[in-house]
Write a protein that binds this ligand. Structure first.
Ligand SMILES: Nc1ncnc2c1ncn2[C@@H]1O[C@H](COP(=O)(O)OP(=O)(O)OP(=O)(O)O)[C@@H](O)[C@H]1O
Ligand SMILES: [Mg+2]
Length: 228
């Protein structure tokens, strides 16, 4: 019973690692729910082996316009955006999510928060609001695990998406930017109340490179739990 989010720099390998983790957790008899919380990239469904993407949870919530309206009308002085209710349910269990908003294949279930589809459609805040609320209301049973593919960077921390995440795994590729981002993720995750943060090294081509990266991250208080 765990909610894990996968963070990191753009192109570091988040979606690939989400897919590897989901397959491995399924092989170990976990009921896996993958949540696509990246509003820009849309290929995760293909990595997971689905032919078509699920209809988004944004559609289930009545569409982006409705959520935007709720965000405006729900905003009164002194009230935090964090108290908003976009989804009608107070609690959500995996079996409550209707098809085609959830797809299932080979023991892996998959939902997608929403995508930016048009130019000038406004900022992505409604996706952040929905991601945060969905993850907060999601009640997992024993042996259920949720793996969240985050958008690149750290804006999702600003939106509070991690407030109900148990573990954050940062994907680090061999670059200074990627190490610097991991350091920021580590401190933002601690500020969001996340219990554990870890790093996985990706695109590593030698043992020397792995030790160097592990040393740099270790100095920043970040534990590496795997290298690809
Ligand atoms: N270990 C690896 N070795 C070689 N190529 C890799 C490895 N991991 C990922 N890639 C490739 O790097 C590219 C980016 O990977 P991926 O899409 O998983 O990253 P991402 O962090 O999800 O990117 P984005 O920020 O755009 O969502 C892809 O073409 C992927 O196939
Ligand atoms: Mg991705």
């Amino acid at each position: 019973m765990m909610k894990i989010s996968i963070c990191g720099k753009g192109g570091s390998g988040k979606s690939s690692i989400v897919t590897l983790l989901a397959n491995r957790a399924r092989d170990r008899s976990y009921q896996v729910l993958v949540v696509d919380s990246d509003e820009s990239n849309s290929g995760l469904y293909r990595l997971l082996g689905f032919d078509i993407p699920p209809t988004t949870l944004m559609e289930l919530a009545g569409g982006k316009k409705r959520v935007q309206q709720q965000m405006k009308s729900g905003f009164s002085p002194g009230e935090s955006e964090h108290q908003m209710n976009v989804l009608a349910q107070r609690e959500i269990s995996i079996k409550d999510i209707p098809y085609p908003h959830i797809l299932q294949r080979d023991g892996i279930r998959f939902v997608s928060i929403g995508k930016i589809l048009q130019s000038l459609e406004g900022c992505a805040c409604p996706m952040g609001v929905l991601s945060r609320e969905f993850l907060k209301k999601l009640r997992l049973k024993d042996k259920e695990i949720t793996i969240v593919d985050m958008e690149a960077g750290v804006e999702h921390f600003g939106r509070g998406v991690e407030t109900s995440i148990d573990d954050v795994l940062t994907v680090v590729e061999p670059s200074w930017e990627s190490i610097a981002l991991a350091e920021r993720v580590n401190s933002l995750a601690a500020g969001s109340g996340v219990s554990n943060t870890w790093a996985v090294l990706n695109k590593v081509t030698s043992n020397e490179m792995a030790s160097k990266l592990e040393g740099e991250l270790g100095r920043r208080g970040i534990t590496v739990i795997g290298t690809i």
